[in-house]
Ligand binder design. Structure first.
Ligand SMILES: *Cc1c(COP(=O)(O)O)cnc(C)c1O
Length: 401
């Protein structure tokens, strides 16, 4: 079915990447620290920092590696309590565990954002907050910044799904001490794999760069300013290496996509709002609104099924799938990596039982996720909207709700 292919396949990579890839393959120059300066990874870091308006950027193998290195670079003590949303991807609590810290889960409500009361209560004993803007839904950044400032603790942003999102005109990923982004294939910029962190903090980025694998004096190839050179000098030989760098091949694929970000953000928002208006017209579906001050950059849509039993939810997913639209209900598919009860590697102090996190637990059983590639046309979105609306009505009718 045409809709199925269009809605679920990847976008092609801009043609300009091929010329650069050919050049790299012909020269064999794939390692970021081979050339004396201006390697594709270094140029990409500079371009990404400029796009975000951040002072420094460090490209690494994944957003998960960027999160892990951020925590290590902040030098949090072993066992530090790091608040994370209970609604996020398994990589987020994993990064905290790998950094020898304890993730403490904060309940999320039916808008997919942090519950303010639970956040305030748990912030009282937190050593850091790692806010994951899950699926690009921004939690109240003013409250988060206020809580972190009051306790003097760092805010780390997992902005993997938030490239291009604004909060009162400021770029998400630049509000905390450090912001992390992903170039994994399902994100706005597709590098296959890859991640990047942005920060204005020279000390933090120097520590992260050395641990990422800038061994010996490779850091000089980052074209450091005076602050960064001083920070690198202080940390030379004093940190263990994880060797989780980005290769020039990934940078070559990523760079020509960066100038497309503003277009992709605008198209994604237009597509999302068009489809959201259609779904809102159904009595069975509700689409959470952005917060005041939030300008979203969605590349997928989330909505809640309302007034349905578990059986009806499953019937809806089956009917939509049969008509060519894949829907994921986070809490209803086996071993879903976004359902906190599957993070069985967490210690008891994380507070990760359904009883600890009642709002998230309820939300995950009704929250639907549909991919929405930027290139979809309005007629294709109309078709997706019609399929979802019909599937919801049929599921509810079949079971007599
Ligand atoms: C994809 C994603 C990650 C992990 O990104 P990788 O680059 O695959 O490590 C982390 N957090 C969120 C919210 C994500 O969507």
């Amino acid at each position: 079915m045409a809709l199925d292919r269009s809605a679920h396949e990847a976008d092609p990579i801009p043609e300009a990447a091929r010329v650069e890839l050919d050049r790299l393959l012909a020269s064999g120059d794939l390692f970021r620290y081979n050339a004396p300066c201006d390697a594709p990874v270094t140029l990409m870091e500079r371009e990404f920092a400029a796009l975000l308006g951040a002072r420094y950027a460090l490209a690494v193998a994944s957003c998960s590696a960027a999160l892990f290195l951020s925590l290590k670079a902040l030098d949090l003590p072993r066992g530090a309590r790091v608040l994370i949303p209970a609604f996020t991807f398994a990589a987020v609590p994993s990064a905290v565990v790998h950094a020898d810290c304890v993730p403490v889960l904060v309940d999320c409500d039916e808008t997919y954002r942090l519950d303010a009361d639970d956040l305030r209560a748990k912030a009282a004993t937190a050593d850091a907050i790692l806010v994951s803007h899950m699926r690009g839904h921004t939690s109240d950044m003013d409250l988060l910044l206020e809580l972190c400032e009051a306790r003097g603790i760092p805010l780390i942003e997992d902005a993997a799904h938030s490239l291009g999102t604004l909060w009162n005109g400021r770029r998400i990923g630049t509000l905390g001490r450090v912001g992390c982004f992903s170039f994994q294939s399902y994100k706005l910029v597709n590098g296959g794999e890859g991640g990047i962190l942005v920060t204005d903090d020279a000390e933090l980025v120097a520590r992260a760069a050395i641990m990422s694998g800038a061994y010996e004096h490779a850091w000089k190839k980052h074209a450091p300013d005076a602050d960064l050179a001083a920070a690198f000098g202080r940390w030379q030989n004093r940190l263990p290496l994880y060797n989780t760098r980005m290769s020039n091949l990934s940078a070559a694929v990523i760079r020509p996509q960066l100038p497309e970000v503003p277009y992709r953000v605008a198209a994604g928002r237009r597509n999302h709002d068009h489809l959201a208006a259609m779904l809102e017209a159904s009595p069975w579906m509700s689409v959470p609104r952005p917060l005041p001050g939030e300008e979203r950059a969605p590349d997928s849509i989330q909505f809640n099924l309302v007034g349905m039993t578990d059986e009806e939810v499953l019937a809806f997913v089956a009917a939509a799938g049969a008509a060519g639209v894949k829907v994921q209900v986070f809490g209803m598919s086996e071993d879903n990596a976004r359902a906190f009860w599957n993070w069985q590697f967490l210690p008891a102090e994380s507070g990760a039982t359904r009883a600890d996190l009642p709002k998230t637990a309820a939300m995950l059983m009704r929250a639907c996720d549909v991919r929405m590639p930027v290139r979809l046309s309005l007629p294709e979105l109309d078709e997706i909207g019609a399929v979802l609306t019909r599937a919801a009505a049929e599921a509810a009718r079949a079971y007599g709700t």
